[in-house]
Design a protein around this ligand. Structure first.
Ligand code: FDA
Length: 396
């Protein structure tokens, strides 16, 4: 006789932010909830997030901070459970926090406090969490779903997929959620790494060699989208918040335009300096705007060097363009190995924006990063995990 499956009302696959938050809410409604995860610890991405302090939400969260094929999809969930609701929960747990910049809220202590808060909420709601559990199959049954695992079979009326995206496979990320969507005939928006550093081709890498570690405030644009934040040169290419943000909008072959001195008309600045200090080297003049190493390299690459008095308007314009309108086509990104998130995922057209339930498969829900809703850098991805988790937790 095969083992009869252990019955639950709700099974949640994935003990990350979205899964744990959903579990606590469903448990509070009196549902018998089981969370399954193959990892050895829950909330591993929360633990490493925000440099160990978890940027758990953003004060200024609006639907504009999210990418999706349907930009309106996130509105309902974000409205139903807001950043202020999450802050209130954090406050109830006595977790001290601070705003770092641009509305980004971090724990004063450590990310572990957010994990402990979620586990405490789950415990109070009677949620069962089973870690180190390999899920081998998911099937639809007459009464709901059957989940086969290496710890035996489980059954449920509602199944919530919260297994995240493919980012950082070393931490246990898998394409499992996408496989389940495919199995049930749900459409996918092709997943791609996002919030990820760019890499250069060998030629550009050698031209910029030695700049690793140089950081500047910059404006970075791809098409009509633009971000003004810090930019960092790395050994392989470019990183820093401005680059991570724009990477979510970039596609292979597309050009990005970087202003390394935003707010300064570098041509006008150089011309003024040519009149005021004609004997100075252009490298020295440019280093008033940019770190010296970067100023020297840009002058060398533009072949605009030496006494500024000897340089024509044309030469100064060429240098100014290299600073204000540096155009590059990245060779690629660092990929899922370092991407903070996966853009794309389960198509929102397949889901109810109010409940996260699949329109064609009653009882099957998708929440968090596995869904084609991707936040900007700055606490928005966790807010999506909480809001979408809450929506499903109210309905699963
Ligand atoms: P998440 O990936 O957190 O959880 C999925 C769970 O499913 C995991 O526990 C995994 O083990 C499990 N799982 C996967 N496949 C499985 C399988 N086949 N079987 C069983 N279990 C499986 N965001 C933000 O807002 N602020 C921040 O500060 C940061 N910082 C940050 C730093 C770094 C380094 C990264 C990589 C990411 C961030 N993020 C972030 C993004 C944020 O971590 C991410 O968007 C959320 O954790 C997504 O939550 P989910 O619960 O959807 O997936």
């Amino acid at each position: 006789m095969p083992t009869p499956p252990e019955p639950f009302d709700v099974i949640i696959l994935g003990a990350g932010g979205a899964g744990l938050f959903c579990a606590a809410e469903a448990g509070r409604r009196g549902r018998r909830v089981l969370v399954l995860d193959h990892a050895a610890a829950p909330g591993e991405k929360i633990r490493i997030s925000g440099g160990g302090r978890c940027n758990f939400t953003n004060l200024h969260t609006t639907p504009k901070n999210f990418l999706s094929e349907n930009p309106s999809f996130c509105i309902s969930a974000l409205k139903s459970f807001t950043q202020h609701d999450f802050i209130a929960l954090v406050n109830r747990h006595g977790i001290a926090w601070h705003e770092k910049t641009l509305g980004q809220l971090f724990c004063d202590g450590s990310s572990q406090q957010i994990i402990d808060m979620l586990l405490d909420e789950c415990a109070k709601a009677g949620v069962t969490i089973r870690l180190r559990t390999k899920i081998t199959a998911v099937e639809k049954s007459e009464t709901g779903f059957r989940v086969e695992t290496d710890a035996g079979p489980f059954a449920c009326a509602s199944l919530v997929i919260a297994t995240g995206g493919k980012s950082i496979p070393k931490m246990g990320a898998t394409g499992f959620g996408y496989d389940i969507a495919r199995q049930f005939g749900l459409p996918l928006v092709e997943p791609r790494p996002a919030l990820v550093p760019f890499v250069f081709d060998e030629k550009l890498k050698s031209r910029l060699e030695g700049l690793a570690g140089v950081a500047v405030d910059a404006t970075v644009a791809c098409g009509k989208t633009r971000f003004a934040e810090a930019l960092l040169f790395t050994h392989k290419g470019l990183s820093g918040p401005a680059i991570l943000q724009i990477s979510s909008y970039w596609a292979p072959g597309r050009e990005i335009i970087i202003d390394l001195a935003p707010g300064t008309d570098v041509f006008a600045f150089l011309k003024e300096a040519r009149t005021a200090q004609p004997k100075q080297d252009v490298e020295t003049i440019l280093s008033r705007l940019l770190p010296k190493r970067l100023a020297d390299r840009l002058c060398a690459l533009a072949a605009v060097q030496g006494r500024v008095a000897d340089l024509s308007d044309l030469r100064l314009r060429a240098l100014a363009d290299a600073v204000n309108r540096w155009r590059i086509i990245p060779a690629g990104t660092e990929g899922y190995r370092t991407a903070e998130v996966t853009a794309g995922g389960v198509a929102t057209s397949a889901l109810s924006s109010k409940t996260m339930e699949a329109r064609t498969i009653p009882g099957l829900f998708f929440i968090g990063e596995v869904v084609d809703v991707t936040g900007h850098l700055g606490g928005f991805n966790f807010q999506w995990a909480w809001s979408s988790g809450w929506a499903a937790g109210r309905n699963a």
